[in-house]
Design a protein around this ligand. Structure first.
Ligand code: HEC
Length: 172
């Protein structure tokens, strides 16, 4: 009778301890995953960033030495250049980011004419080469993605066409 009683309780204990071990492992694993989720990316990121800075300053054309960040695009922005990632982007990167950062381009907005003038200015005074068949593609890109804000959002208000009226204030 007593033997029969012990046996099931022992096996239950075994099951219980196995269960606890599993639970502990899961908890430990979750903690590790959590720690990695919080800190892992930070560590990785700072490491990769150092690598990119190094390749940037030495201007390495060997694709093996470019970091993973080289082609990273987030929310449509190519991170390394700060430029909108769209059609003809590769031409822009090739022709327009050799002398200065792409951020200088991203900060500016102009019409196609305005962009043409900037290119001419760089060609006349800063040693920018003849862009040849790439020029219309470059201008297409710039005109589409870096148009003046007003043109991009809405056309200017035509003052003459506005029907003006006198605003009557309620008197209390
Ligand atoms: C040969 C070198 C060179 C190349 C290639 C080059 N630029 Fe420039 N760019 C310059 C220099 C130098 C400046 C002046 C930088 C400064 O003011 O700090 C400049 C300035 C600019 C500016 C700022 C203009 C302003 O009014 O502030 C823009 C925008 C620009 N470049 C766009 C472009 C675009 C688009 C291309 C590709 C077609 C390009 N650059 C290629 C040399 C170059």
């Amino acid at each position: 009778m007593s033997k029969n009683n012990r046996k099931p309780s022992k096996s239950w204990l075994n099951t219980f301890s196995l269960l606890m071990t599993t639970l502990k492992s899961i908890t430990l694993l979750s903690c590790l995953v959590l720690v990695y989720a919080i800190f892992g990316e930070k560590f990785d990121f700072s490491f990769q960033k150092k690598e990119v800075i190094a390749t940037k300053s030495t201007y390495v054309s060997n694709s093996n030495q470019k970091g993973d960040d080289w082609d990273k695009v987030e929310n449509g922005i190519h991170l390394q250049t700060g430029l909108i990632y769209a059609e003809n982007f590769d031409i822009i990167r090739g022709q327009c980011t050799a002398c200065h950062s792409g951020k200088l381009i991203a900060q500016n907005r102009a019409t196609r004419e305005g962009w043409t003038q900037m290119i001419r200015w760089m060609q006349e005074t800063q040693g920018l080469w003849d862009l040849g068949a790439n020029e219309p593609k470059i201008l297409d890109y710039l005109e589409t993605h870096y148009a003046p804000k007003e043109v991009g959002r809405r056309t200017n208000i035509n003052i003459a066409a506005v029907e003006w009226y006198i605003l009557e204030l309620e008197e209390n």
